[in-house]
Design a protein around this ligand. Structure first.
Ligand SMILES: *Cc1c(COP(=O)(O)O)cnc(C)c1O
Length: 367
């Protein structure tokens, strides 16, 4: 079906641009292991993201999982359940216990009024999520983290290129992890990165991503393998050339949605934060059936009948996943539960035409 609209569509450079970028690899036969493309992308991203240090990994999940591992944490880690599976899995796969803090109903990030009551002497870190690119209350998180001597690792998968009060979003906390997955604002096909300021932490993450190998005959520690390869990095170099245009196009889509959907009773949109330069990663809409007249599920089905495919991001909550059956009490995160039952993320990508945005909104509002 030619007029099907999916929730997202990966950005790709022109084929010729990518071919030009990877030509050198046919001369060098150097395909991975921190080659020239890896190094070049790393350098460009430090500049673009405005961060001190960055390391590139095979995907965003390994960035999170290995960063947590590199911190030698124990006990409990506080996070939110309103996120992608990766955030919670990275904690659990490190043998740590996730403790779920509720979200606030305005921007869906961690509710800091509920955070301190969850901290005890087993707590070692906080993993807040800048969900949909909405920035957590960074100052308050840092204040609480300092008070209790906790590490802060941001899941920054949704925030590529964003700034907060003019500073790169990757420069806050002890570390921030980005995802460069195909569906994200900036992609390296699969890929991810961790930004950090402490070089010793960087050394440990590097060891974890490359078997602990520090020289031809030196294996310093027990590490895994999570290196970004040269083809991924080359894709990133190409996509980075077009990132400003990409974000501007997303802004136009977002503005058009807002034109139709702002000020509709029973519809709640993502808030706008004047301190944040947004990347327009997602367009979530909260439907209050009692006021709007239709439920989230009804709207999703109606759109699907018209060939428009949305996603219920983030439903179900991670603390209700089958794999955690009986371990967590979802009633401890009532706001997250409420939002997860009412949220629908609408199609959002740079090349989504404004006519199609009009059509999507017309189906939501007028059918
Ligand atoms: C995409 C995503 C990840 C994981 O990134 P991958 O690159 O897919 O491994 C982690 N957290 C959140 C919130 C994400 O959306």
């Amino acid at each position: 079906m030619s007029n099907r609209i999916l929730v997202t569509r990966s950005s790709m450079p022109e084929l010729d641009e990518y071919i030009d970028e990877i030509k050198e690899l046919w001369d060098s036969h150097w395909l991975t292991n921190m080659g020239i493309k890896h190094k070049e992308l790393q350098k460009k991203l430090v500049e673009y993201l405005g961060v001190e240090h960055i390391d590139l990994l095979t995907n965003g999940h390994m960035a999170l999982e290995l960063t947590l591992q590199a911190m030698n944490l124990s006990g409990e880690v506080i996070t939110t359940p309103f996120t992608f599976a990766s955030t919670t899995h990275a904690i659990v796969r490190n043998g740590l216990k996730p403790v779920f803090c509720d979200i606030n109903p305005i921007d869906f990030t961690m509710d800091l009024k509920k955070l301190e009551s969850l901290i005890n002497d087993k707590t070692t870190a906080i993993v807040p999520v800048h969900v949909y690119g909405n920035i957590c209350n960074i100052e308050e998180i840092q204040r609480i983290a300092n008070k209790y001597e906790l590490k802060v690792i941001y899941d920054a998968a949704h925030t590529f290129g964003e700034t907060y009060k003019g500073k790169g979003i990757g420069s806050f906390g002890d570390a921030s992890c980005f995802s460069f997955h195909a569906t994200k604002v900036f992609n390296t096909i699969e890929g991810g990165a961790v930004c950090y300021s402490n070089p010793e932490l960087g050394e440990r993450i590097y060891n974890l991503k490359n078997f602990g190998i520090r020289g031809a005959e030196i294996v310093e520690s027990v590490g895994a393998n999570a290196k970004m390869n040269e083809f991924q990095a080359a894709m990133g170099i190409c996509n980075l050339r077009h990132i400003e245009e990409e974000i501007q196009k997303r802004k136009k889509v977002s503005d058009r949605y807002r034109k139709h959907l702002s000020n509709i009773e029973g519809i709640q949109l993502n808030p706008i934060n004047e301190d944040v330069q947004s990347n327009y990663a997602y367009f979530p809409v909260i439907f209050d059936e009692k006021v709007f007249g239709f439920s989230r599920n009804e709207i999703a089905e109606r759109l699907e009948k018209n060939g428009i495919f949305t996603r219920k991001y983030f439903y179900p909550l991670t603390n209700t996943f089958d794999c955690f059956h009986g371990q967590y009490d979802v009633n401890e995160t009532p706001v997250a539960l409420y939002i997860s039952k009412r949220v629908l993320t609408l199609p959002m990508y740079a090349d989504l035409s404004l006519e199609n945005v009009d059509r999507i909104c017309d189906i939501i509002l007028n059918e």
